[in-house]
Design a protein around this ligand. Structure first.
Ligand code: SF4
Ligand code: SF4
Length: 64
C-alpha cells in the first residue's frame, strides 16, 4: 500500500475534477457536497491534487 493518501479539505466546492482524473476510482463527490477519498483504493499518485482548481487536496502520510 502507498505511503501517502489524498485528503480533501472541507472547502471543497464539489466540482468533480478530481473524480474525473483518478485512475483508481478512489475519489468521488459525495451527495454533491464534497469529494471523499476511499483510502483503501487511493495509491497516492497526486493526480487529483494537481487537477483540483480549488487547491483543497493534499497528500498526507498514512497513519500506521
Ligand atoms: S491520489 Fe491518485 S489514487 Fe488517490 S484519490 Fe487522488 S488521483 Fe486517486
Ligand atoms: S477537484 Fe477539488 S474542489 Fe473539485 S471536487 Fe475534487 S476536491 Fe473538490
Amino acid at each position: 500500500m502507498s505511503k501517502h493518501v489524498a485528503r480533501v479539505a472541507t472547502s471543497c466546492v464539489a466540482c468533480g475534477c478530481c473524480e474525473a482524473v483518478c485512475p483508481k476510482n478512489a475519489i468521488a463527490v459525495f451527495k454533491g457536497v464534497r469529494a471523499v477519498v476511499d483510502e483503501n483504493k487511493c495509491v497516492g499518485c497526486g493526480k487529483c491534487m494537481r487537477a483540483c482548481p480549488a487547491e483543497v487536496i493534499e497528500l498526507v502520510g498514512r497513519e500506521d
